[in-house]
Design a binder for this molecule. Structure first.
Ligand code: GLP
Length: 261
């Protein structure tokens, strides 16, 4: 796994955005996997900025989001649909018909999960997936104990995740207990991944994901099986890593991802 450590959260998010931008510049019809949460907000701001400067064209891009709360429709400000339009899609020229998020209000959720998997395959698979990480090591909503071979499905959220995500709601009671999420197996089939983590509260989860044993108790650790993952961290999120020096040394031989072609 390539590990890039930036001095600040803002700088880490800019680096993640530049990697995404480079993908879209190189392959305008890219299929992007996108994430929600507080972490990617600054990354999306940078993508919007590059688009407004005329350096980034999303017209041919297709996107798939990782997850959605069960019971929340796009009109609900707490839904991930709403989040994506408010924080990215509305500000760039992506075709809304090419945007995909799991439907948390589908009448038949199981069938909708299977259809979501099929639509990813029909789009040719995900070229670049952006991932955040939960404080319990989850990617998307693959909570500890999730099968590392799991596909898009319904998942019950852990108490820790409900508490962590309560800050986006008026109170914790309003956080849905169920979500539809891409599986770990689905994520492992993407061609490239960025694991973006910032802040001290992610340090333990990041240490376990990157240097710990492969375990369903930290589903981000499954990324050790993925052939092309770039972990982009700020210094605070990197504090539990033991091999810091070797990552920094390796980076000194790599091209700077912040430089756009
Ligand atoms: C949620 C999302 C994850 C995200 C995580 C961390 O649980 N389902 O995809 O990575 O939150 O979010 P934040 O960036 O707000 O810490």
């Amino acid at each position: 796994m390539r590990v890039i450590i930036r001095p600040t959260a803002e700088a880490a998010c800019v680096t993640a955005a530049r990697i995404i931008a480079e993908q879209v510049i190189r392959q305008p019809a890219s299929v992007l996997g996108l994430a929600t949460g507080g972490t990617p907000l600054a990354c999306y701001r940078e993508l919007i900025r590059l688009h407004r400067e005329g350096r980034l064209d999303f017209a041919a891009v297709t996107s798939f989001n990782l997850d959605e709360y069960v019971g929340l429709g796009p009109e609900n400000p707490q839904s991930y649909h709403h989040f994506m339009f408010a924080n990215l899609f509305r500000h760039i020229n992506i075709d809304p018909n090419r945007v995909h998020l799991p439907d948390g209000k589908a009448a038949d959720l199981r069938a909708a999960c299977e259809a979501y998997e099929r639509s990813i395959v029909a789009a040719g698979g995900i070229d670049l997936q952006l991932l955040g990480i939960g404080t319990d090591g989850h990617i998307a909503f693959n909570e500890p104990g999730s099968s590392l071979a799991s596909r898009t499905r319904l998942k019950t959220l852990c108490r820790q995740t409900v508490e962590d995500n309560a800050r986006f709601f008026d109170d914790a009671d309003q956080v849905p207990r169920l979500a539809v999420t891409m599986g770990v197996g689905t994520i492992l089939e993407t061609r490239r991944c960025i694991l973006l983590a910032t802040g001290e509260n992610k340090a333990a989860a990041i240490g376990a994901a990157i240097e710990g044993p492969l375990t369903s108790q930290n589903t981000a650790s499954a990324l050790q099986l993925h052939p092309e993952v770039i972990a982009v961290l700020d210094q605070a999120a990197a504090t539990s890593l033991r091999r810091l020096e070797s990552y920094q040394n390796a980076e000194s031989y790599m091209p700077d991802p912040d430089e756009l072609t």
